[in-house]
Every structure is written in C-alpha cells, then in structure tokens.
Design a protein around this ligand. Sequence first.
Ligand code: FAD
Length: 553
Amino acid sequence: MTDVKHMKWWGWGLEGIAFHHENKPGFAPFLKSAVGVDLSLPTEPTSMAFEDLDVPASRASDAFLTALTGIVGATYLTTNDMDRVIHTFGKSIRDLLRVRAGDLARVPDVVIYPADEAEVQDIVDAAVEADAVIIPFGGGSNIVGSLEPLATEERTVISLDLGRLNRVLDIDEGSGLARIQAGAQGPDLEAELTKAGWTIGHFPDSFTHSTVGGWVATRSSGMQSDKYGDIADIAKGLRVVRPGGVLVIRAIPSASTGPSVREMILGSEGRLGVITEVTVQVHRIPANREILAYLYPTWRAGLAAMQAISESDASPSVTRVSDGNETVFSFATSKASKGLSSLVTKGLGVFLKAKGWDTTKMCLSFVGYEGGDELVSRNQKLVASIVKKHGGVSVGKGPGVLYDQKKFDTPYIRDFFLDFGGSADVSETAAPWSKLLPLYTDVIASANRAFDEIGVKGWIMAHMSHSYHSGACLYFTFAFVSTGDAIAQYDVVKTAIQQAFITNGGTVSHHHGVGLEHAPWLEEDISSEGIAMMRGLFDAADPKGTFNPGKVV
Ligand code: FAD
C-alpha cells in the first residue's frame, strides 16, 4: 500500500503514542476533583476491536473502480475496510465516540491517492462523469464533521487523499513565497523550509497531523498568529482542481479584482474543488524564539493585560492567558520535578499568597517573542511594564519551554479519558474586546447549567489567544463522564456553549470551521442573506453536488 501516514482509526496520533500520568502527580487528584474519575480503579479500553466493527461494504461498481485504477494504478486505490474507516471521520469527540462504538452509517466506498495534479484532474473528471462524490482528505484532524459522507448519500463516495502531494516545490527567495503541495503535513513542510532557512510560522496544535490544504480549506489559525497571521493571511496563491480545469489564484501581495475568489476557497471545506497547491508567505527563521510565562491574580486582569499588549507598541508572536481552571489543569499535567508545579509549591506560591493572591484562581499566561536580540529585549520590556500594571508577575522561560514542548501532546489525554467513560471536546470563538468578558461569563454559566441538566459533574476551562486589534479568540475545553447516551449529553453541552457564543456577539468558530457540527448556528452568525449567497456559490460552482456535499451550508 502507500506510505502515507495516518492517525489511529480510534483516536489521536500514531499507534504506540499515548498519554501517561504516572510522572504527573497532580493529575489523578485533579481528575478526581474535576470530574469524579478515580484513576486507581481498573478500566478497560472503551473501543470495540476493529475486527468487530460492522463496516458497510463498498458500493463502488467494478467498472468505476477499474476506471479509477487506470488513473492512479492499483497500488494507490483501496476499498479495504481499515482504510475506508480511517477516512470516514475527523477527530471530534462525536467522531471518536461513533467510530469506537462501530457506528458507521456511511463510509467512503473507495480511497484514492493521486500522485500529482494531473491525476487529481482525471479523478475529478471521472467522478463528475459517473455522478460520484469526492471528499478531499488532508490529515483527517478536523473536529467539525467536515469529512464524513452524508448518511443518506446513495452515490459512490470517493475519499481523495492528498497524502502523496507532499512536497515543497519551490521557494521564491526574493519574495519569501513557497509553493507547497496541498497534502504536505506540518512537520514535513516545516522541515523542508527550515533546511532553506525559512519558516511558515503556522503552528496549529494539530500541526503534527494536518496539511496545508486542510488548513486553507478550514481557515485554520496557528498559535503564532499574532505575528504571522492566520492561514487566510499566509496563503497567497492557490491551485484548485475543478471539473474540466484548474482554478489558479496567483500569489499577489494584494489585489483589487472584485470579490476575492481566494477568499471563497478559504474555508470551503472541499466544497469548491480539490486544492492541490498553496503558495504561502514564508519568513526567515528568527534569531530567537522565546516564550515567557506570567501569572495574573484574576482572569479579568489577565484579559485586560492581553488587550493592553495588543494596543501597545509591542509585537509579540503569541499572546495567551488561561482562566483559573485551565491554570489548575496546566499545573496538574506538569511533570513532578519540572516547571509549573514545582514553581508554585516552592517559593513563588508563598510569595503570591503573601501578596494576597488566591492561588487557586490565578491565571497563567504565555507571551511569545521572536526576532533579533534587540527586538526581543525591547518587546519583553514593553510587556513587562504592562504585566506589572495589571498586577501580574513574570515566571520566566521555564514554563514557556515546557508549554511549547507539550502542546502537541495534550490531544492524547482525550483518548485516555475516553477509556474512563469520559467525553471531552472544545469550542472556540472570536469576539470584540468589549464583549469577551461577558461572553466568557455567559459561556461558563451556560455550560454549568447544561452539566446540571444532564446530571453530570462537568469541567470547563478556557484561554484567550490569537489577539487582533479589535478582539481575540476565546477557546473553551469541556469534559464530563457520561451517565447515559454520551453523544446526546455532549450535544446538550455543546449546544449551550455555541448558542452562548452567538447570543453574546461571538462567531460560531474562530478557526475550526463549520462542517456539519457548527452549521446550525451559521445563519445567526452571517445572516440569512449570507447563507443565501453561500448556497448560491456552491450550487453554481458545483451543480451536481460532487464536492463534499452538505458541509458548511
Ligand atoms: P482534514 O481534517 O483532512 O479536512 C478538513 C476539511 O478540509 C474537509 O472538509 C476536507 O474535505 C477539506 N480538505 C482537506 N484537504 C483539502 C484539499 N486539499 N482540498 C480541498 N479540501 C480539502 N485547527 C486550527 O486551526 N488551529 C489549531 O490549533 C487546531 N488544533 C487542533 C488540535 C486538535 C487536537 C485537533 C483534533 C484539531 C485541531 N484543529 C486546529 C482543527 C484541525 O486540525 C484543522 O481544522 C486543520 O486545518 C484540518 O486540516 P487537515 O489537513 O487535517 O484536514
């Protein structure tokens, strides 16, 4: 078969990598008090064995498979159950609960791995001719239900995996523009760029298992967006295979050419064609990259400091502050001898208590600095004075280094938690600065009411990240142990949170996209005229509903 890397069918990341808590003494007590899980009790993996899954048979006709095989060759087409299941879902809790329980209403009929844009074009044309459906597949990391075939889909469904289009094709050194094939995953493309002295500066928490094409198709945002922008800013040029030809958006710094077709492709979630190439703005690797940690006595103080930083002359790469609960979680997931927990158990905790802080409510913040010595030092001084003004204290580089190292490990905790009957997921929004605090307060209250309604001991925590002039992103993580139908209970909590976003002037999603998961709130977000315009675009550009039908609107 192909050498394209895929995540586990039942969880996050590659087989053999998992979360372990034994070296994190705060984790077991945290879990007990947050959601009532006792880690000392024995548990069994909650996932069915793959052999026990009832995978629906492929509906692809022999004639169609023969035609597709003629395009890519037999090695790069499969109707194998494992491959089709891996390509059915993303990695939301809804996806994981369903796949682990063998709830496979509709899986793709065939998975295909084209080698280049010409093969993508032939597949697209063959699919249109045969009235089949194409769902482009990047890394499979989305959490908004943007990959699954509609349960009612009767046509043949092709999962078109971009994994073999994984190279950095060219770097225009004079302009800092890199042409990258759409299926390139984060670490691979960054390694190629690094060799030539460049960085993309786009590091979503899913970086290790997501692709540049997927980032564009979902309007992704990475942790360093304060400096480098969101993928919507970074992606300058695009090539998109459409029926009969390729849509080409040249990499132009800025243009006045009517409504932006580039913007139509951004966030299109596979509905307008198959992105085969993205030309991204890249940057010279900075001389220094540092993340410093700070603590604030309250969430209000932390948020105010982040706003003040965004309004100041400082130009950090990361601005992030956790609420009290997320700070508690960060301490609980730190290793025994290192970083956060040791900091607070030692002198700092005593010092902060002496200052009158309630250390159970303090808020941990990270600010990232990139550039030459002089710039980094100037930015750190500007931020230090803002931190001081808002009653915060600096806790130095150590926690920042640890945060940077462990941010890609956090998703593994959810698989661990699932084995204890736990459900955990995230919801994120963006809102103007003036609305962030009331929005936050209402989301927490709404989630807690939802936990009460379903009768569970729930946990919700949040952080603010991705600052803009007018506002920022708020990112909530929630968890509970199900006492009944886990998906129905998840829906109650998720709905309460998403509705609170909209009611309080936030968007349905800052960077995860719409898919099926967020579609119910889109009209309230962009108005019925906005929905009509989007429908018109999809209907006109894809009259046969070939491309990932049913997603977004
Ligand atoms: P997939 O999941 O494979 O596909 C997503 C959608 O894009 C689908 O509709 C698919 O059809 C379409 N698509 C994919 N490739 C193409 C293509 N070449 N042409 C046309 N359509 C295509 N997101 C962030 O933005 N920032 C984060 O920090 C972040 N952290 C995450 C952490 C975790 C643990 C998880 C599970 C998810 C996270 N996400 C984050 C969400 C997810 O990683 C992003 O949405 C990502 O951009 C999806 O990329 P992908 O390659 O995995 O796409």
